[in-house]
Design a protein around this ligand. Structure first.
Ligand SMILES: C[S@@+](CC[C@H](N)C(=O)[O-])C[C@H]1O[C@@H](n2cnc3c(N)ncnc32)[C@H](O)[C@@H]1O
Length: 301
């Protein structure tokens, strides 16, 4: 392995198969994270072609910059993947091999209590994937109107108790840390459950919703999937791994629209249904359990 893979890459064999790494071509990893996938791509590319790895989190870039400095055909870019099209256009670059997106957050971010992603942490409710971003989760829960909070929790968390949770948030705010909010939601569920225990933390959906809102995750996904024919060459591959139904629906719909031909690009879809992780992988990587992989080949019309 070329990088420091602290985060276990999801569906590694499938990613390599569907990206179809061919020497000499240009690939983009839009979500560097722990560099698990980037390392595998580089290993297959050898000293030919080029890999550009994006991450909006400077700390992910910092973790791999020394290594990247020693590999001539690996460039790290601290930008949101929504900017890939513009970055490539403005630098006169083309994606000839393929683009990989492994959405969401890495174990490195999740396991760092200070980033504010975990229910039991006494750190502030931050949840920014880009630590320079304007809005933290605590701005939403402490400042937004009740209806806005309820809508975010319902739309991005598909949480059926969204209105009740929003009402209690307004009554109990301000919140100073993750645990206070996690406990509030746990209490709402506990009151309604007659002592039943929960396999999944009751705040999971609300935390997901806040994270999506803070990072505008659905908007940036739509932006990067708006494939530009001046950036993607015929034969290049698109591989997207998503972790919840809202993201997967966006990928599926974009693929369907581009299959008919759109904006000078036609996609051949390689995965009629999304691929799931194998039983074998689930045994060593729990994070894979909700992963869905979709892949396509680009043709220019
Ligand atoms: C699931 S991890 C990727 C793990 C990586 N594939 C690996 O094998 O180690 C997602 C990473 O992408 C980054 N990320 C998420 N959304 C992003 C976006 N819109 N633009 C750039 N980076 C993003 C996160 O900061 C995180 O480091």
């Amino acid at each position: 392995m070329t990088g420091i893979a602290i985060h276990k890459p999801v569906m590694p064999k499938e990613v390599l198969e569907y990206l179809d790494i061919r020497p000499g071509l240009v690939y983009v990893d839009g979500t560097l994270g722990g560099a698990g996938h980037s390392s595998m791509i580089l290993e297959k590319l050898g000293s030919t072609g080029h890999l550009y790895s994006f991450d909006q989190d400077q700390s992910a870039i910092d973790l791999h910059q020394d290594k990247a400095n020693s590999i001539e055909n690996w460039t790290l870019i601290n930008k949101n993947f929504a900017e890939i099209n513009n970055h490539f256009l403005s630098h006169g670059l083309k994606i000839t091999g393929g683009l990989l997106l492994d959405l969401g957050l890495s174990s490195i971010q999740l396991d760092n209590p200070e980033r504010g992603f975990s229910f039991n942490s006494d750190s502030e409710l931050d949840m920014r994937l880009n630590p320079e971003g304007d809005i933290k989760a605590q701005d939403i829960v402490n400042k937004y109107k009740e209806k806005e909070i309820a809508d975010i929790i319902f739309e991005f968390g598909e949480e059926r108790r969204s209105r009740e949770i929003a009402r209690e948030i307004i009554a109990k705010r301000p919140f100073h840390n993750c645990k206070e909010l996690g406990d509030l939601i746990k209490n709402i569920y506990a009151r309604r459950s007659n002592g039943k225990t929960f396999k999944v933390h009751p705040a999971t959906k609300t935390f997901q919703a806040l994270r999506i809102a803070v990072n505008m995750e659905l908007d940036v996904l739509k932006q990067v999937l708006n494939l530009d024919p001046d950036v993607f060459e015929t034969g290049s591959r698109i591989v997207v791994i998503s972790f919840h139904s809202l993201e997967d629906r966006i990928v599926k719909n974009f693929f369907r629209d581009f299959k008919q031909g759109n904006n000078g690009i036609k996609l051949e879809i390689l995965t009629k249904k999304p691929l799931l992780a194998s039983e074998e992988e689930l045994e060593y990587n729990m994070r894979s359990r909700s992963a869905k992989l979709r892949a396509a080949v680009v043709y220019k019309k």
